[in-house]
Design a protein around this ligand. Structure first.
Ligand SMILES: C[S@@+](CC[C@H](N)C(=O)[O-])C[C@H]1O[C@@H](n2cnc3c(N)ncnc32)[C@H](O)[C@@H]1O
Length: 393
């Protein structure tokens, strides 16, 4: 990868949108709809893009967890080689003097294996080019990265002595849209809720019901899609959340403003079809309402306290997309089996012909529903393997 001293507008960046495993094709389809051709790779999608595409991907991607750009690729088997290459990286494109920096370093099957020592050399190279930093930390993996840190993150990865350095453009993980402050039990990541909707092939203009909506993540993500609201604008005032690239010294802020303006102009005033969420727990519905209000989509949703057995799907055909509880603790299995069976019974009675999509962890429980399912994708939710089972009632 060639190093340039200054960013020229129109220059191509090596962009990578990271996703949870199994969601790569969904992110690639999202990008295609945005006019960006990207290739799925394990763990995300890659393309060579403009700065404007980078801003667009951050604002619009519903299923990606973060977007990074390539800073350098080189081979290094000694610290001397690492230092030589690291000092040539144009760090000043992504950090200025006085900023805080965070490094995430991993090394596999490489001569340089001491991650702390690698981080030390890289931080020294950054300071040599940009001046002293406000602080430097070495980050753990993304799972523990929930806090919105202000520091500019760089990812340094050694595999078989080949080093890839990437600059993070997102900042806080992209599932942190900002609207979800009230949580019920076992909330679903916003990115995974969006993936369930996309994986179910819900078209956005047909009725949608989540009969176990908890804190409302699936109905809220559905309303954002139905109204064409970019997930980065999921605040009631439609101001974008913060992204790391906004702090980069060479970011084209006019281009960013244009991307935001276009996204605001694309918003539809209302969802074209009913979006319903229910849960038997009144506290969950309270949380869902507060979250929907913060996202500015409360008016698009009908949220009610009701057990699965009392749902009232609207007439016509629609989609039921849900993330039912799954058994992790011993002793819950019988109750869960009954719950999945009750869902199947109610769906056959009141929603024949509907598409049913369940984000669940156990095929044995899915089987209780009595609908022929096929997996749309398999992924992980908080470390647990889960899948999206999709079928027609
Ligand atoms: C895994 S949580 C859903 C989390 C949700 N997707 C979110 O983002 O917050 C499962 C939900 O199913 C609800 N639930 C369990 N049994 C139910 C029943 N019989 N009828 C309705 N809701 C039920 C629970 O109250 C819980 O909120």
């Amino acid at each position: 990868m060639a190093h340039t001293e200054t960013q020229r507008h129109g220059e191509r960046l090596a962009v990578f949108a990271a996703t949870a495993p199994g969601l790569e094709p969904l992110a690639a389809a999202e990008l295609r709809a945005l006019g960006i051709q990207a290739a799925p790779e394990p763990g995300g999608v890659a393309w060579s893009g403009t700065a404007e595409e980078l801003y667009t991907a951050n604002l619009w991607l519903r299923t990606a967890s973060r977007v990074t750009v390539g800073a350098a690729e080189f081979r290094a088997r000694t610290f001397f080689e690492l230092e030589r290459h690291a000092r040539k990286i144009p760090w000043e494109r992504w950090v200025s003097k006085g900023r805080a920096v965070r490094l995430r370093v991993t090394s596999r099957k490489s001569k340089l294996y001491h991650e702390g020592a690698i981080a030390e050399r890289v931080l020294d190279a950054i300071e040599r080019r940009v001046g002293s930093l406000a602080g430097a930390e070495v980050a753990a993996d993304d799972e523990g990265d929930e806090d919105a840190s202000d520091a500019q993150l760089f990812v340094v990865r050694f595999v078989r002595d080949a080093c890839i350095v990437r600059a993070d453009s997102s900042g806080a993980l992209l599932h942190l849209r900002g609207y979800r402050q009230a949580v019920a039990r076992a909330p679903l990541r916003e990115t995974l809720a969006a993936a369930a909707l996309l994986g179910s092939r819900w078209p956005g203009d047909a009725p949608l019901l989540d009969p176990m909506c908890g804190s409302g993540t699936i109905p809220i993500e559905a309303a954002l899609m139905a109204r064409g609201i970019a997930p980065g604008l999921a605040a009631a005032d439609r101001e974008p959340r913060r992204f790391a690239f906004q702090e980069w010294p060479d970011t084209d802020l006019d281009a960013w403003k244009r991307v935001v303006e276009r996204a605001r102009n694309a918003i539809r005033p209302a969802a074209p079809a009913p979006i319903l969420g229910s849960d038997r727990d009144a506290g969950a519905i309270e949380a869902a309402s507060a979250n929907a209000e913060r996202a500015g989509v409360l008016g698009d949703l009908a949220l009610t306290v009701a057990p699965v057995s009392a749902i009232e799907p609207p007439a016509g055909r629609g989609w039921m997309v849900s993330n039912p509880p799954y058994g992790v603790r011993v002793g819950e299995t019988d109750a869960l089996r009954n719950l999945y069976a009750a869902l199947g019974h109610t769906a056959r009675e009141r929603a024949p012909g509907w598409t049913l999509a369940l984000l669940s962890a156990e095929a044995r429980l899915d089987a209780q529903v009595g609908v022929p399912f096929a997996d749309a994708f398999q992924t992980r939710n908080g470390g647990i393997p889960v899948h999206l089972a999709v079928g027609t009632v």
